[in-house]
Ligand binder design. Structure first.
Ligand SMILES: C[S@@+](CC[C@H](N)C(=O)[O-])C[C@H]1O[C@@H](n2cnc3c(N)ncnc32)[C@H](O)[C@@H]1O
Length: 328
């Protein structure tokens, strides 16, 4: 009851401030089109990143480094960032309400509204439980991820960030401008569609025989199935006990089947128009999602270590999934 009143108060404060947010959104899209896309820098990397910045400003998940990095990225400026986050932060503070979209709580079955909160929780938990027991951590398709500068910045493991050259160069420049220490991270440029990331990493001190944790957040959906399989197979050839954490859309959503027939085309079109990137890969989740993911992993030489999903297995709501594959 109290939380419903807080939500109502939050919306009442947020509504008149929405033009400020819209102004920020327009400024962001303009910079994205002028300074980001023409250079081949990832646009979709901003989406999960901004949800982590939002979660930080409303006090739902600490990510000070993301907040410092954000205004230095090509599609944002200090003013644009404040226009985007300030209305939300003010409404949240006055109403003492943390938006479920960024902060949870995540109940089960998780709904689409909880997807980003669950995604953050999933990867945070994997890192908490596994990072201390591995020798190397590889963040594949790192985008603007800041985990290497927070949780992992303890000197215990060798950390590698892998991304396309344009995105990685933009990140390194933004880290420098923000004064964020990054000398403990090895940056490796590659394109999963063209070269083996293991080969690229090996030229920079990566040791395939060691136990490695690979974080592959928010990437599979943009890749052809062959590229997804070749990354999973590469993890199966790393040291025993190596793991890969990844997330994926339901294939039913990517293909616009059944209940997604009307929603999917609009979501896909808006990502394509805004960022010029397309969802092309998914795993069938509707009938038995965990079995489908386990079968994919097994065919690549891995076993399913954990599974999570948005929506309910066996129902039309099955929308998105998370998994960890392990090399036994
Ligand atoms: C949606 S972003 C996710 C970023 C980050 N992992 C996160 O969740 O915040 C996808 C990232 O994958 C990278 N990426 C996409 N296709 C790639 C490819 N073929 N080779 C290397 N990186 C790729 C993009 O440059 C981008 O940084």
């Amino acid at each position: 009851m109290l939380s419903s009143v807080r939500l109502l108060f939050f919306l009442v404060v947020l509504l008149p401030l929405s033009p400020v947010f819209l102004l920020g959104a327009v400024a962001y899209i303009i910079r994205l089109k002028l300074y980001n896309q023409p250079k081949g820098i990832s646009g979709t990397a901003y989406e999960p990143f901004l949800t982590r910045v939002m979660a930080h400003v409303v006090g739902g998940r600490e990510d000070e480094i993301a907040y410092r990095l954000a205004p230095m990225l090509p599609a944002l400026t200090p003013l644009t960032l404040q226009l985007l986050v300030w209305p939300l932060a003010l409404a949240s503070r006055l109403a003492r309400y943390k938006p479920v979209l960024f902060c949870g709580p995540v109940t089960r079955p998780a709904t689409v509204m909880m997807m980003m909160a669950l995604r953050n929780q999933f990867y945070d938990q994997v890192l908490r439980e596994v990072a201390a027991n591995v020798d190397q951590v590889v963040i594949l398709g790192a985008g603007w991820d800041t985990r290497a500068y927070e949780e992992l910045n303890n000197g215990d493991v060798h950390i590698f960030e892998v991304d396309t050259p344009a995105t990685q160069l933009a990140k390194i420049a933004a880290l420098q401008k923000a004064g964020i220490e990054s000398s403990h991270v090895t940056f490796v440029e590659t394109d999963f569609n063209q070269v083996s990331w293991v080969d690229a990493l090996q030229k920079h001190g990566f040791e395939p025989a060691l136990r490695t944790l690979v974080l592959w957040e928010g990437v599979t959906m943009y890749l052809p199935e062959d590229a997804v399989r070749s990354t999973l197979t590469a993890v199966a050839e790393l040291g025993p006990g190596s793991l890969i954490a990844f997330d994926y859309f339901a294939r039913e959503f990517v293909e616009g089947d059944g209940g997604f027939k009307f929603v999917a085309p609009y979501m896909k079109l808006s990502i394509d128009l805004t960022y010029g990137e397309r969802f092309i890969f998914g795993i069938p989740l509707r009938s038995d999602g965990s079995a489908a993911v386990a079968a994919l992993l097994e065919s690549c030489g891995l076993t399913l270590e954990r599974f999570e999903m948005v929506g309910r297995q066996g129902s039309m709501t099955a929308f998105y999934g998370f998994a960890v594959g392990e090399r036994m």
